[in-house]
Design a protein around this ligand. Structure first.
Ligand code: SF4
Length: 472
């Protein structure tokens, strides 16, 4: 996914920028970057953060840079921010999103006869550079931003810094968030995550609406382009991506996970399930497990724990084998809480299922009598095509899809697939049972999409639910 942060301050902005970006570290693993407008123009620093934390890598840059305007990012993909010199002037730009029609947009840009792309890596155009090229096709930055928003198939939230201020633009359908903060001295910030500026002395001004564009300067916040009506906020922000302290659309992540756990406990209460404890797969399953335990009265336990002194990052290397190994090494069992126990675990979701199955096998090997599993969202049937969702690449990577192909004896038609989305059908029950068996769970029950939507509290029409029902 990735996260972005920017600040325009009355004094030097660099300390706030440095910590503000750092507070987005749970959103990406590959690269960090910051750009500050100094007395000599833009100064920029980009580093790999695959093996070291953002703060360690950017300590020197933060000490060197001085200025009033700065932006930066944690990126799971391309190196950024980029510094651009164009007919619209010099600017720095950073983005979070995904562009599905890169080739088509690049070809269109070439038609003008004056475009080239320099930031190639792995034979791919840098998406942030492509966004800059789209912006430069128009005669002003706001017009260019709207043009980019309308042309991009996927999603794009961006910050564009000039010498005097920052243009902040939320994705056209609001799939990813942007929120404004202000400090007592009039300094302003704009952030993907709402908690990123809390300890820096800012309070929340407001969240941007879908497609909305504002300009932050030492004179305050100026409305540039109004929000659009249609909204599709990524539901996975609450289920998986968001840090527990984050709030999107006024709804806190931790609280929504408690509600989701409580709804699952109410559903289970009808079955008279006997349990010794409820636990969560660290970290994103923990809050839903607390909600389940509080509602059911079954004690909340931590039968295994993450070794945080050295494995503090929530994401790990891009290579799947290495990620699985790291996931295993991170967790240490507490045998007293596992041996002969009937355990229920909540995970944020089941995507491929590989890691969860290894965890469950490890619980049995450690002496567990029963391992019941409750994912905190329905079976995922579609790979994300709107953000760079780190946990799925294609539909066929998804365990639910693999199981359906097995049950159907081949790739199902859309009509047949629809039966597996409906929790009242035999097909849905067969899919859940097949997943349960493959994963070695004692029992498996998914919440319905209605339960997930209820736990968040936004109208379903304002949420992106493509992962589960394929709704565009
Ligand atoms: S498809 Fe899923 S992960 Fe992607 S934006 Fe929609 S809810 Fe989020």
């Amino acid at each position: 996914m990735g996260g972005i942060f920017g600040t325009v301050s009355k004094g030097d902005c660099v300390t706030d920028l440095y910590f503000g970006i750092d507070y987005h570290s749970h959103l990406g693993t590959r690269r960090g970057g910051m750009a500050v407008y100094t007395e000599n123009g833009f100064d920029r620093s980009i580093h790999s953060i695959e093996n070291a934390q953002f703060r360690t890598k950017f300590e020197d840059a933060a000490a060197r840079m001085h200025g009033h305007v700065g932006i930066g990012c944690i990126s799971d993909t391309e190196p950024q921010p980029l510094i651009i010199r164009s007919r619209l002037g010099q600017f720095a730009i950073t983005t979070v999103g995904r562009i599905n029609n890169m080739e088509e947009l690049a070809d269109e840009a070439f038609e003008g006869g004056r475009t080239q792309f320099l930031e190639m890596s792995g034979n791919r155009i840098n998406p942030t550079e492509l966004v800059a090229a789209l912006i430069n096709q128009k005669s002003s930055i706001p017009e260019g931003i709207r043009h980019a928003q309308q042309k991009i198939d996927g999603s794009m939230t961006l910050l564009l810094a000039t010498a005097e201020g920052i243009y902040a633009a939320r994705d056209y359908l609001g799939r990813t968030p942007l929120i404004l903060g202000e400090k007592w001295d009039g300094s302003l910030c704009v952030s993907f995550e709402s908690h990123a500026y809390m300890n820096l002395g800012y309070h929340t001004l407001r969240e941007l609406g879908p497609g909305e564009v504002v300009y932050l300067s030492q004179n305050g916040v100026q409305d540039i382009l109004p929000p659009c009506e249609k909204k599709r906020v990524c539901t996975f922000l609450w289920t998986y991506y968001g840090y527990p302290t984050a709030t999107y659309e006024g709804i806190n992540v931790e609280s929504s996970r408690y509600r989701c756990g409580a709804l699952m406990a109410k559903k289970d209460a009808q079955d008279g399930l006997e349990l010794d404890s409820v636990g969560g797969i660290p970290d994103s399953g923990l809050a839903a497990a607390i909600g389940y335990a509080n509602e059911s009265g079954v004690p909340f336990h931590r039968p295994f724990m993450k070794y945080t002194p050295t494995w503090s990052r929530s994401f790990m290397p891009q290579d799947q084998k290495m990620r699985n190994l790291v996931a295993h090494m991170k967790l240490i069992p507490v045998h007293d809480l596992i041996r002969d126990k009937k355990l229920l675990f909540i995970d944020d979701s089941i995507v491929r299922g590989t890691q969860l199955r290894e965890t469950v096998d490890f619980l049995y090997e450690s002496g567990a009598r029963e391992v019941h599993v409750r994912p905190a969202c329905p079976p995922i049937l579609y790979g994300c095509k709107y953000i760079n969702f780190s946990r799925s690449t294609s539909d066929m990577d998804l365990i639910a899809r693999r199981v359906i192909v097995r049950l159907e004896g081949g790739v199902p038609s859309e009509e047949r697939l629809a039966l597996y989305k409906d929790a009242s059908t035999q097909e849905y029950a067969a899919m859940v049972e097949e997943i349960r068996e493959e994963m070695h769970f004692t029992s498996l029950k998914f919440p319905s999409l209605d339960m997930l939507v209820e736990s968040i509290g936004l109208p379903e029409c304002e949420l992106c639910t493509y992962c589960w029902n394929g709704r565009e």
